[in-house]
Design a protein around this ligand. Structure first.
Ligand SMILES: [Zn+2]
Length: 117
């Protein structure tokens, strides 16, 4: 086996995320179950996504020049991609993602309405 083949397999493992930035997703597990949000960031290596307003934790801020009062800020933490499901922008249903290949280009398709997304 050539080394390049091994490398390609390795790369695919870490880049095969079906969900992308700006996708609307529904949370299907955890404390925010049932809520929807838009993906702000995808962490390919850890398989997590960051969604504003989802999986909030409170961070205590020490007093400083910027925050003379100190206090608490609410920050979203990334959640596992397995806990979210894509909401199809066409049919507005939660769906799994399929792929079609046309003219050597790969498109994502909604498994429910078959639209390209
Ligand atoms: Zn759809």
């Amino acid at each position: 086996m050539r080394v390049t083949t091994k490398l390609q397999v390795w790369q695919r493992k870490f880049t095969d995320m079906k969900i992308k930035k700006n996708d609307t997703v529904k949370i299907i597990a955890g404390k925010d179950k049932g809520r929807q949000g838009k993906i702000e960031k995808v962490y390919k290596k850890s398989g997590k996504v960051l969604i504003p307003g989802i999986n909030i934790y409170k961070k205590h801020i020490k007093k400083s020049e910027q925050t003379p009062q100190g206090g608490v800020v609410e920050l979203p933490r990334p959640i596992n991609v397995a806990k979210v499901m894509l909401v199809c922008p066409i049919c507005k249903k939660t769906t799994r993602i399929g792929y079609v290949i046309e003219r050597n280009k790969k498109y994502r398709v909604c498994k429910k309405c078959k639209s390209k997304i």
